[in-house]
Design a protein around this ligand. Structure first.
Ligand code: HEM
Length: 396
C-alpha cells in the first residue's frame, strides 16, 4: 500500500536508512522537533488547547455527551497543521473535520490490515481486498490538499511579501529546498508532510482517548490525577507545557496507557537488509519484522498483574518510553525511533492534563465504570472499538 504514487521511494517512514533518509531525519530534527523549535511553537498549541476547552465548556451547557476521541483529534490536527503550515485544517463539529479525520482514520485502518498481496505478491495485480484501490483514493485526496497548500506558499514567497511568509515548518523546508544543491525537493516536502500528518495525528489523539477511557473506568485514579493537578496548579491555573515535569502521577498514567494500549502495537513493519543473528536466532535477509509491543506490555514475566491499570507501578521505578528501556517502547528504539516523540510527549500531556483539570466527567445513561466497553480495534493505530462518549461537567 505504501507503494501508491511511489510513496515508498521518498517517504521517511518507508525508505531504508540511506543518505536521503538521513537528510529527511536531519530536516525534521532541526526544523521541527528540536527543543528550541518546540519551545517557539508552544503558545500555538496552548491556543489550540484553549479552543478545545472553550468548545467543551459550550457542550457542558447541553449536558450531552461528547465524543472524546473526535474532539481531541480535531485539536491535535489543528495543533499539527498550524505548526507545519499555519492553517486550521479542522473545525469542531464540522463536516470538513469529519472528512479529514475520516481520510486519516481510513488510511491508518488500511495500513493496519494484513494485506494478502504482501504475502502472495502475485495477488498484488488483483488487489483481492481492494486495499490498494481505496488507499489510492485517500492518498489522492490528501495530496490534492497538500499540493494546494504548498503551491500557494511557493507563490506567496515569490511575491513581494518576501521569502519568510509564515515562518512555520513549511517555510523552513522551502528555504532548505531553495538552497544550492538542495537535498530536499518539493516532492519530498509533500510526501514528508503526508507522513507527519498520518504518523502524528491519530497516534497522539488515540493515546489521549485511551487515557481518558482508563481514568473513567477507574474513577479513583481520576480523582488522584485531579488532586495532583489541583495541588500543582491551584484551582484555576491553566496547564502549560512547562508544568508537565511536575505532574508525576499524570506521567505515570500516560506510561500505563502506552503499556496497555500502544498506538502502534506492532511498531512499523521493517525489513532486514542482511542476515542477522539476534539472541541465537537468525533473521534472514528480506524477512519482514513486526515487533509486538502490545504483547510485551502484557508479559507477566515483566509486569505483575499486567492486565490491571496501575499507573503507580511507574512511580516506583524510573522506566521511560524514550527508547532506552526495552520493556516500554511505544515509539520504537534506536535510530529509527519515532522522530515526533518530543512533540507527541508535549501534546499528550498537555491535552490530558487540561481535560482532567478543567472538567469533572461522567458516563452517559447512568452507565457504571465497570460496564464500559474497553475492547480494542486494530488499524495501524490501536483504537477503542467503541468510541469514548463522556459528559463534561464544567469546572471542578
Ligand atoms: C503517541 C504518539 C506517537 C506514537 C506512539 C508514535 C509511534 C511511532 C512508532 C512506533 C514509529 C516506528 C518506529 C520504528 O520503526 O521502530 C514511528 C515512526 C514515525 N513517527 Fe511516530 N508516533 C507518535 C507520534 C508522532 C508524531 C506527533 C509525529 C510527527 C508529527 C510522528 C512522526 C513519525 C514519523 C515521520 C515516523 C517514521 C520515522 C522513520 O521511519 O524514520 N509520530 N512513530
Amino acid at each position: 500500500m505504501a507503494k501508491i504514487f511511489d510513496h515508498h521511494k521518498v517517504s521517511m517512514g518507508w525508505i531504508p536508512t540511506n543518505s536521503h533518509w538521513r537528510n529527511l531525519r536531519k530536516a525534521c530534527v532541526m526544523e521541527i522537533f528540536a527543543q528550541q523549535r518546540l519551545e517557539a511553537t508552544q503558545a500555538l498549541r496552548q491556543t489550540k488547547v484553549q479552543e478545545l476547552l472553550d468548545y467543551i465548556n459550550q457542550s457542558c451547557k447541553s449536558g450531552a455527551p461528547i465524543d472524546v476521541g473526535q474532539v481531541v483529534f480535531t485539536t491535535t490536527l489543528n495543533a499539527i497543521s498550524n505548526t507545519f503550515v499555519s492553517i486550521d485544517l479542522a473545525q469542531y463539529g464540522s463536516n470538513l473535520s469529519h472528512e479529514f479525520q475520516h481520510l486519516v482514520y481510513c488510511l491508518a485502518q488500511e495500513a493496519g490490515k494484513p494485506n494478502l498481496a504482501d504475502f502472495f505478491p502475485a495477488l498484488s495485480l488483483v488487489d483481492p481486498q481492494g486495499i490498494h484501490k481505496r488507499t489510492r483514493i485517500y492518498f489522492a485526496k490528501l495530496f490534492g490538499i497538500f499540493d494546494g497548500i504548498i503551491n500557494e506558499r511557493v507563490q506567496l514567497r515569490a511575491s513581494s511579501k518576501g521569502p519568510k511568509a509564515s515562518n512555520d515548518v513549511l517555510d523552513s523546508l522551502l528555504t532548505l529546498n531553495e538552497e544550492d544543491n538542495s537535498k530536499i525537493s518539493l516532492r519530498d516536502i509533500k510526501h514528508l508532510i503526508l507522513d507527519l500528518f498520518i504518523a502524528g495525528i491519530d497516534s497522539t489523539s488515540s493515546t489521549v482517548e485511551w487515557a481518558m477511557a482508563l481514568l473513567l473506568h477507574n474513577p479513583e485514579k481520576m480523582v488522584k490525577a485531579q488532586d495532583e493537578l489541583e495541588e500543582v496548579l491551584g484551582n484555576n491555573g491553566k496547564v502549560q507545557e512547562s508544568d508537565i515535569s511536575k505532574f508525576h502521577y499524570l506521567q505515570a498514567i500516560v506510561k500505563e496507557t502506552f503499556r496497555l494500549h500502544p498506538p502502534a502495537p506492532f511498531l512499523v513493519p521493517r525489513k532486514a537488509v542482511a542476515d542477522v543473528e539476534i539472541c541465537g536466532f537468525i533473521v534472514p535477509k528480506n524477512a519482514q519484522i513486526l515487533i509486538n509491543v502490545w504483547a510485551m506490555g502484557r508479559d507477566l514475566s515483566i509486569w505483575p498483574n499486567p492486565n490491571l491499570f496501575m499507573p503507580e507501578r511507574f512511580l516506583e521505578h524510573g522506566i521511560e518510553f524514550k527508547g532506552q528501556d526495552f520493556e516500554l517502547i511505544p515509539f520504537g528504539a534506536g535510530r529509527r525511533i519515532c522522530p515526533g516523540l518530543p512533540l507527541a510527549n508535549r501534546m499528550v500531556h498537555l491535552m490530558l492534563a487540561s481535560l482532567v483539570h478543567n472538567f469533572a466527567w461522567k458516563l452517559p445513561d447512568e452507565m457504571k465504570p465497570e460496564d464500559m466497553d474497553m475492547e480494542e480495534m486494530f488499524g495501524l493505530t490501536l483504537h477503542k472499538a467503541k468510541p469514548l462518549q463522556a459528559i463534561p461537567i464544567t469546572s471542578l
